[in-house]
Structures are given as C-alpha cells and as structure tokens.
Design a protein around this ligand. Structure first.
Ligand code: UDP
Length: 332
C-alpha cells in the first residue's frame, strides 16, 4: 500500500486550529501521521492546536508556504481554513473571495511547484443552493445562493481544472451541519461570534445566553421550523482519512456529501438538548433568517459505497451529548 510508505511524510493541515480541523489533526495523529498545522488563528484557537507543530500565518503568504514546503516532506494537504458565515459573506463578499478563493490559489500554486499533488478540501452543502430534491445527492445542480457558497464552488471548479492540468488528486467533501465534539471534551466548537444552532442552544442551557431565537416557524415542515442534517465532527474527520487513503491508493478525484441522512427540525434540536442537559431552554420565535432553505438533508450513499464510510455517532442525542460535555467543561 502506498499509504503505508507515505506515513514517513507529513500531512499539512491548513486551518488545523479550527473546529473541524482540530478534530482532523487529532485523528491523523491517532492514525500515526506526522502533522503540521498552518493557521492564522483568526477564527481558530491555539488551545485547539494540540499534539503537533503549529505554524502561525496565512495560507496566502507565499514566502511562508515556500519555507513550509521546503522544510517539511509533505505528502498531502488538507484545507479547512475558510470563512464560513453565509450572512457575513453577503455583507463583505471580497473578504470571502480573498480568503477562501485567492489564498487557496497561492496554496495550490505552491503545492504544484513542490509536486505535492494530494489535496482534501472542506466544501459545503451551500454549493447546492435551494434544494430541488431531497435527500441531496452529489448530482444535484450546484447553484449557490451566497458569496460563501460561490467561493467554495469556485474552489471546487479550480480543483477540477488543476486535476486536468497538473495531475492533482483531490477529494472535495461537502459537509452538511457539522456538530458535536471529541469524546475527550478537550477540543470542540468555539466560534466568536457563535452563529450555529447547537452551540447557541447549549450556551442557553449554561445560562450564557438568555434564550434561543428560532428563526422562522412558518416553514413547510412538520413543526414549521427548518430541518437540517447534523453530522458528528469525528465522523467528518474519519471520512477525510478514508478519502486521503483512497487517493494514496490510486482512486480518482471525487466529490462526496457528508451528512447523516437524518433530518431534525430546530424545535427537535432544542427538545433533545433539554433532555440531554436536563435544563429548560427558553425559546423566542423570530423571523426567518434570509437564505435559509426549509430542508437540507444529504444522501451520503456515495461515500459509504465507494469508501466504506460508516458514521458512528449516528443519532442526534450522541451528537448533542458530546457537544454538551465540551461546553460544560469549557464554560469559562
Ligand atoms: N437557527 C436558529 N437560531 C439560531 C441559530 C440557528 O433558529 O440562533 C436555525 C437556522 O435558521 C437553521 C438551523 O438553525 O434553520 C441551523 O442553523 P446553523 O446556523 O446551525 O447552520 P446552517 O444550516 O445555517 O449551516
């Protein structure tokens, strides 16, 4: 197996001090890979970058990248370093194009010049836009409805062009709603500001926020609130490992959805959180948030079939429980 010999080399995890990147780093180290993190700590946190070298800087800094690729024998790059707030991307699209797209050009250019041709990319369900059918498969049309989704789609297209021109081998992994935390509760979600449902509900449970605003109660769903597909962050990381191994073993470049194939309404998430925490969560009904589709559920059959991905945190309770363990431990 090529992968076995690759382990003498290093995996560069760009954005490894962030929420999903830090869980990836943990699994890579557990799987005996050498890892180096590149992160500018703009949304990441030094406390999440555990167990390996952290290089602080921008992925658009070509001198820094040049040094990194010269000093380390890099086998592959995993790229988690993107801004990911839909609303902020509408307000400041150029910041998103600069960070998510332009800086990725610099990264890929450096990779190609150093003949590092394996790449795993954090993509998103936002590339699909308003769903035409559900569960969403990878052949669903891609019509992003936000600058954020556009930047991710643009990178996916760039990857396909680089594969054709330079022989890049890549996997683009389209996440649905990443949630949960590592069982150790040593790493977890810590965004500032926090915009995601589960961490906000948990902050309400902890008394850090007074109530949860439910954005829209008139959607065409069973209780009027939006349905989302929550997938555990460690299951996401496991999928990245499988995708990387497959590329090393000669698989073609591919695009995969990563979700649980189960959908839960916002109200169901709140109810389940009340059960897990044993605390009452005060709810305030609020207007719809612009750009929120009623239902987003992934079909992840393709990655299960091609790579044998088996999510192990396959119910909402487990996902919320691990997130609760993390939030409770790091309440201050
Ligand atoms: N949501 C909500 N209140 C909040 C945060 C989120 O009602 O304070 C809803 C949001 O409108 C969406 C769902 O929860 O329907 C999941 O939102 P999140 O931001 O976690 O993820 P997204 O699906 O936008 O990627």
């Amino acid at each position: 197996m090529i992968g076995f010999f690759m382990k003498a080399k290093t995996i560069l995890v760009v954005g490894g001090a962030g929420y999903i990147g830090s869980h990836m780093v943990r699994q890579l180290i557990h799987d005996r890979w050498k890892v180096v993190i590149l992160d500018n700590l703009s949304t990441g946190n030094r406390r999440l970058a555990q167990g390996c070298e952290l290089v602080e800087g921008n992925l658009g800094d070509c001198h820094l990248l040049e040094n990194l690729f010269t000093e380390h024998s890099i086998a592959a790059v995993m790229h988690f370093a993107a801004f990911s707030q839909v609303g902020a991307s509408v307000v400041n699209p150029l910041q998103y194009y600069q960070n998510n797209l332009a800086e990725t050009v610099t990264l890929l250019d450096t990779m190609v010049r150093h003949e590092v041709l394996y790449f795993i990319f954090s993509s998103t369900a936002a590339v699909y836009g308003e769903p035409e059918f559900t569960p969403i498969t990878e052949v669903h049309p891609c019509q992003p409805t936000s600058p954020y989704g556009n930047t991710k789609m643009a990178v996916e297209r760039m990857l396909a062009d680089c594969a054709a021109a330079y022989g890049l081998k890549y996997a683009a992994l389209r996440y649905f709603n990443a949630a949960g935390a590592d069982d150790s509760a040593q790493i977890g979600e810590m965004h500032d500001p926090e915009t995601h449902l589960i961490p906000i509900v948990l902050k309400v449970a902890l008394g850090q926020i007074r109530n949860i605003q439910v954005f829209g109660t008139d959607y065409p769903t069973k209780d009027g609130t939006c349905i989302r597909d929550y997938v555990h962050v460690n299951d996401l990381a496991q999928a990245h490992l499988l995708a990387l191994q497959a590329l090393f073993d000669g698989a073609s470049s591919a695009v995969y959805n990563l979700g649980s194939s189960n959908g839960y309404t916002v109200k169901e998430v709140i109810q389940k959180t009340e059960q897990v925490t044993g605390r009452k969560i005060p709810v305030v009904e609020a207007p719809r948030r612009p750009g929120d589709p009623a239902v987003l559920i992934a079909s992840s059959e393709k990655i299960k079939r091609d790579l044998g991905w088996i999510p192990v945190y396959n119910n909402l309770e487990q996902i919320i429980q691990t997130a609760w363990n993390w939030h409770r431990k790091h309440v201050h």
